[in-house]
Design a protein around this ligand. Structure first.
Ligand code: BTN
Length: 249
């Protein structure tokens, strides 16, 4: 896969720009990188704090030739890419289903994959935000967020991070698009995430709350959760929180 990088000093959202470029016919591998986003977006329309120089704000255009039922695996694959990139810089990341990369239990990175219809067929834009500095975290996220600077990775330059991310992206995306790629990606994800099985979780699905213990991933990336009555719920979307174990003494 060939990557072409378009850099912006300031932009509303690198995902918005990548969607625009995909509609204009951009090739797979076009990357948008910005020093600052004025309207950085997270899942469910939440804001992604994107101050100048405080994070890596990156989006890539994909034109995946995989069955549509496997499209959600692009987010899981990207989690592997970010986890391995951070590991290369000395961190010990965990992946919380579906798109949060944690270090020491705190979120260091988020992934937002969006699909867009274009004249060349369906495109997927994958946005990655990685916190480089924590100094300006707003109060509401400061307890649950961390950064490369806080975790001892402050000597990492944006260019080193980009080179590493695109290298792992090319590697794992090629695997995903192979015949047995979806199974291989789930297996790689399992090896990097403590959420794959045996984790007590609470999942918020709109108005419903599901609690239970994780027990694997479906072939389309859905998280399996076994509830107290033994039912297996297949979670396609929603926010997952780890439930703290209450000790008996
Ligand atoms: C999340 O955890 O909710 C996903 C956050 C994704 C943030 C990145 S930053 C680069 C790209 N541009 C955006 O507007 N969002 C993504």
């Amino acid at each position: 896969m060939h990557f072409t990088i378009l850099r912006f000093d300031r932009i509303d959202s690198t995902n918005n720009e990548a969607i625009k470029q995909a509609k204009l016919g951009a090739d797979e591998g076009l990357c948008i990188v910005a020093n600052e986003q004025t309207a950085g977006r997270g899942r469910y329309g939440r804001a992604w704090v994107s101050e100048k120089g405080a994070g890596l704000y990156f989006s890539v255009v994909l034109r995946p030739r995989i069955e549509s039922r496997f499209l959600p695996l692009i987010t899981l694959m990207t989690g592997i890419v970010v986890a391995d990139s951070l590991f290369e810089f000395g961190l010990k990341p965990d992946i919380k289903w579906v798109n949060d990369i944690l270090v020491n239990g705190k979120k260091i990175s988020g992934i937002l994959a969006e699909t867009v219809e274009t004249d060349l067929g369906l495109a997927v834009v994958v946005g990655i935000g990685i916190n480089l500095k924590s100094s300006n975290f707003p109060a509401e996220i400061s307890d649950n967020a961390t950064s490369l600077e806080d975790e001892g990775g402050n000597r990492v330059s944006v260019d080193d991070l980009l080179e590493t991310l695109t290298r792992f992206f090319g590697y794992f995306y090629t695997i995903l698009c192979e015949t047995d790629g979806p199974t291989a990606i789930i297996d790689e994800w399992r090896r990097r995430s403590s959420y794959y099985s045996g984790k007590s979780v609470r999942v918020v699905l709109g108005n419903e709350v599901v609690t239970g213990v994780t027990c694997g991933i479906e072939e389309n990336g859905a998280l399996r959760v076994r509830t107290a009555d033994g039912e297996i719920r297949k979670i396609q979307a929603g926010d997952v929180e780890q439930l703290r174990q209450i000790s008996a003494d």
